[in-house]
Design a binder for this molecule. Structure first.
Ligand SMILES: [Zn+2]
Ligand SMILES: [Zn+2]
Length: 271
């Protein structure tokens, strides 16, 4: 297999999307539908990134039993669409302290690259359980009542703490939607993501990312529906000033959204 050169790909932002979810996790169409949609949008390099297997079952993550079929389908797509589009086998790997991008399990998979993302935080009762805080705001609010005693600041601080730990441990190339919790938290408590302590946490994370040299994802998934980018646009100047390497990803779960928000981000970022 040809080794993928991320820097070469990133040099042409229009050519790629490296964050895509299909039938192997919580995506809403078959891999082939995404390949066709990408070709229609002039994308010539497409990376798939199923939510990684976890030590427990969730409705969104790929089961370990499906991993082999995932790689087989990538191989089939590569053959079927050879010469039209390059296809990469990636994974969006969750960080759960003892499980994450650094885990041996992932090192043994034939992955082209990994996105490291935080979607879960541990529960405050110290039971070792993790709660998905990344889903819809309704579910976030429900969990705020049920699990976190409505202490949204605790959840936000924990999210950024987990992100820093993941950044230190490494094992991935791209940091996914680095301030994603800001959206759900600000639906729960309006303006929380404008408070100075919150801003400090985001900047501290960006510093950590820059120190370790990861590629920073500009995630456009929520742009069309919620007018929000991850990281938020107010951090883009800082990222540019600090010379961050950026990847513009749609995080598509539907084929028709394969390029959603990417043009806007590229224009604003001067890419
Ligand atoms: Zn994600
Ligand atoms: Zn994703």
């Amino acid at each position: 297999m040809k080794v993928m050169n991320l820097n070469e790909i990133l040099a042409d932002a229009r050519s790629y999307n490296l964050h895509t979810h299909t039938q192997f996790c919580d995506g809403h169409a078959q891999m082939e539908e995404f390949v066709k949609a990408a070709i229609e949008h002039g994308i010539t390099r497409l990376g798939f990134t199923p939510h990684s297997p976890l030590p427990f079952h969730t409705p969104c993550n790929m089961e370990k039993e499906k991993v082999e079929a995932y790689f087989a389908e990538v191989t089939r797509m590569r053959r079927e669409y050879c010469g039209k589009i390059e296809i990469y086998a990636g994974m969006e790997v969750d960080f759960l302290d003892e499980w994450g991008p650094r885990s041996e399990y992932f090192a043994e998979l034939p992955l082209d690259y990994k996105i490291g993302s935080v979607h879960f935080v541990p529960t405050p009762d110290g039971s070792g359980e993790y709660v998905d805080i990344d889903g819809k705001p309704e579910r976030f609010t429900e969990n705020m009542h049920k699990v976190f005693d409505d202490d949204v600041e605790w959840v936000v601080r924990k999210y950024y703490e987990q992100a820093l730990k993941m950044i230190e441990r490494g094992g991935f190339e791209i940091i996914g939607h680095l301030d994603k919790v800001g959206y759900n938290a600000s639906v729960f408590r309006r303006g929380i993501d404008r408070e100075p302590w919150y801003d400090t946490l985001v900047k501290r994370e960006i510093e950590g990312v820059m120190d370790m040299g990861y590629i920073v994802e500009v995630n456009t998934k929520s742009w069309e529906n919620h007018g929000r980018m991850f990281p938020d646009e107010r951090y883009w100047d800082l990222l540019r000033r600090w010379g961050a390497t950026l990847v513009i990803n749609s995080d598509a779960h539907y084929p028709e959204l394969i390029n959603a928000g990417r043009e806007y981000a590229m224009r604003e970022l001067g890419l």
